[in-house]
Design a protein around this ligand. Sequence first.
Ligand code: SF4
Length: 452
Amino acid sequence: MSRNPPDLRPDLAAARTPELRRDGQPAIGMVSLGCPKALVDSERILTRLRAEGYAISPDYAGADAVIVNTCGFLDSAKAESLAAIGEALAENGRVIVTGCLGAEKDYITGAHPKVLAVTGPHQYEQVLDAVHAAVPPQPDPKIDLLPPAGVKLTPRHYAYLKISEGCNHKCRFCIIPEMRGRLASRPAAAVLREAEKLVDSGVKELLVISQDTSAYGTDWKNRPEKAPIIPLARDLGALGAWVRLHYVYPYPFVTDLIPLMAEGLVLPYLDVPFQHAHPDTLRRMARPAAAERTLDRIAQWRAICPEITLRSTFIVGYPGESEAEFQTLLDWLDEAQLDRVGCFQYENVAGAASNALPDHVPDEVKQERWERFMAKAQAISEAKLAARVGQRMEVIVDAVDSEGATCRTRADAPEIDGNLFIDEGFEGLKPGDMVTVEVDEAGEYDLWGRLA
Ligand code: SF4
């Protein structure tokens, strides 16, 4: 093992790309040990720091803190890593340790109790968190490469907030676990930091996404709470923007989220991908929470927060779906009275386990079931929206043109749900405004209203 390359060692390096450090710009040094994979990790960390406006210091003296990316492969590598940490502590004093040896936190802190933080290999966000805590970034919008909230493809007033990647389930129709790997939740501090930046930059609505939002944090070894999504949702709600939760599986602890909605911290909106209602179909799908008594759960949610909007998606024509199973789904929908519903006809996906199931449903039957399902869902939506005529509600303005303003109520997620249109008196409005309207007309999926 060797330290590599020399120009990544603050004590040896004359940086390849000398850079001017502006007044007040925080600077970080990096000692990179170990194999080329560790070197790539170091490059990624430095790239992120550089993009956030940090300077990279070529020496200990000029660094506000030093990251030591360690190797733990052999005893000799461990010894060299400990020596490098000791040197950085002696020369600079503010040291963050990451890399392979970071997996043995006690080993490091036993030898060097003064290190600021220890993170394991590939834990980029945790390293950045530790850097932010030790040396807060000082963004300068005139010269930074990135805006504080990062590059966004959404309009300025709403943004998606991804809280985890991957999934630990094995739904037979889905290949996401193969494509994206097992659940890896972002540290709560990193999610909150991103959310704060978004809100600071003008975002009024945070759309929380993942493959399985309720499972957030359940992959952490020593998680402080059984369901880390609950404190995360509470902390996000405290930022003052609308917080909308997508892809929430109906695990029992989801009920603990509903009081946050009743309190107004989180939007009274849950996007729960039920996919089906018949227990046999759900078992053939291998769905998480398949054994949940979902109608009871929904009744419980509505008892806690009567104004909750429930959105879901369903698959009709799943292999083996009998007419009786489909009818159970229709009856369930009648009872569940969901506000928003999407429905897909089952299709084989290359690599999905469901392809090999027996009794695939003919296309014309899928189409016929889809039409029956959508007719029922539409009738429910229409009746629910008609009941809103005459009500006053807060809406967010998405777009304004010469014909009117396109807005959304708290019950509408962007792109997938309906809209509320204002046709008169909209001239002073602009995207991102939040205004109160009185609803005067309702359609199948949309509302019309006027400023109250
Ligand atoms: S459908 Fe959702 S829960 Fe199921 S495996 Fe795919 S990502 Fe995971």
